[in-house]
Design a protein around this ligand. Structure first.
Ligand code: PMP
Length: 389
């Protein structure tokens, strides 16, 4: 009856698409234990090191002591603690919006907001390289979906100009693209949204804490505050906690509280997670040197890899994509690096398009110069061994 499972698994293995889990036995820090070995971690989204920042940890511990470990209900029933509202107001202040709503994950935020805003008879227009959670949000919304070529404003204009019969139109984009590290052309997207009377939503999962003077993300980076752009993001990357959010106008947030199913039908986030996110936002404001250090680390590693002859994509985020092409070769590069104590998993289809398998390297503010130099030496040896450089 379920023979297809072993056959599917066999095929995944045959095509180098099978995924096994790594066991991490320690925090998400530059030096950690992976599959029983001490390794240097170059693939965490804990970009600023806040998941282990003493103030953030202390806030989580204090919250457990005062509020307990679980919220005991969904937000609309018995799980709406004052902590949740405090965090939402804190996020709104950070983002420069009237209000914000917190979901249990970024994934759930995307499902919730997209399916609440558009449905049958509407159109959602999505960048080709948007994150899977946006793709899934589009699918469950039952709206018509059109994809524009990555960052291609002419293609988007064309779709907008020939789709005027839809009730509502929503343009949705990653702020920083998760596998390429590049930044969406938000000013042009905003102009097109204005011209064609469409809603515009940006997923700032990888921009929050990273881009803009305050680290508030792509909207701040481009100076587009107060323009009605729907700002979605996650608390799970640079902010070192867990949960997703949407920031926007009072009416948008009120509407989402009433219509976003992934918000309504799930138990509210636990108190330590909320408290950690709040403390992380405080640290972000008070320790801007963390962001500066992160960007310096990115430049150091990027330049080193480029000088060696690797194909690395330019970046202003914390993500350096090192393009290998073939999935098998990407796996081999990752395996050789792991043998040398550097952990960077390979990213293969379907996470990235066919023929663009890569190592998605990420930096943390907490990497030292020695850590990065060690990684560069390992990349050089591995790259030569595989004939990549
Ligand atoms: N959007 C993007 C662009 C992401 O990279 C991710 C996480 N991989 C998410 C949304 C989902 O966020 P979370 O991990 O909080 O569910």
């Amino acid at each position: 009856m379920i023979d297809f499972l072993s056959e599917e698994l066999r095929l995944m293995k045959e095509h180098n698409l099978y995924r096994s889990l790594y066991l991490i036995d320690g925090p998400s820090e530059p030096k950690t234990i992976i599959n029983g070995r001490e390794m240097l971690l170059f693939s965490s989204n804990n970009y600023l090191g806040l998941a282990t920042h003493p103030r953030v940890k202390a806030a989580a511990i204090a919250a457990v002591k005062r509020w307990g470990t679980g919220s005991g209900g969904s937000r609309l029933t018995t799980g709406n603690f004052t902590l949740h509202r405090l965090l939402e107001k804190r996020i709104a202040r950070f983002k420069g919006t009237e209000d914000a709503i917190v979901f249990n994950t970024g994934y759930m935020a995307n499902l919730g907001v997209i399916s609440a805003l558009v449905g049958r008879g509407d159109l959602v227009i999505s960048d080709q390289l948007n994150h899977a959670s946006i793709v899934d949000g589009c699918r469950i919304s039952r709206a018509t979906v059109r994809i524009y070529r990555h960052g291609d404003m002419e293609d988007l204009r064309h779709i907008l100009s020939e789709s005027t019969s839809f009730r509502r139109r929503l343009i949705v984009t990653d702020g920083v693209f998760s596998m390429d590290g590049d930044i969406a052309p938000l000013p042009q997207l905003f102009e097109l949204a204005e011209e064609f009377q469409a809603l515009l939503m940006v997923d700032d999962a990888h921009a929050t804490g990273i881009l803009g003077d305050k680290g508030a993300g792509t909207v701040e980076y481009f100076g587009l505050e107060k323009r009605g752009i729907i700002q979605m993001g996650t608390l799970s990357k640079a902010l070192g906690s867990e949960g997703g959010y949407v920031a926007g106008s009072t009416s948008l947030i009120d509407f989402l509280r009433n219509r976003a199913r992934s918000f309504i039908y799930s138990t509210a986030l636990s108190p330590p997670v909320i408290a950690a996110a709040m403390a992380a936002l405080d640290v972000l404001g008070e320790e801007p040197q963390l962001r500066r250090q992160l960007h310096a680390n990115v430049q150091f590693l990027y330049q080193g890899l480029k000088d060696m002859g690797f194909e690395v994509l330019p970046t202003r985020s914390a993500i350096i994509p090192l393009i290998v092409g073939d999935a098998h070769k990407a796996l081999a590069l990752s395996a050789i690096l792991a043998e040398m104590g550097v952990f960077v998993p390979a990213i293969r289809p379907p996470s990235v398009p066919e023929g663009t398998s890569r190592l998605r390297i990420t930096l943390m503010a907490t990497h030292t110069e020695d850590n990065i130099q060690f990684a560069l030496n390992a990349f050089q040896k591995a790259g030569k061994k595989l004939g990549l450089i």
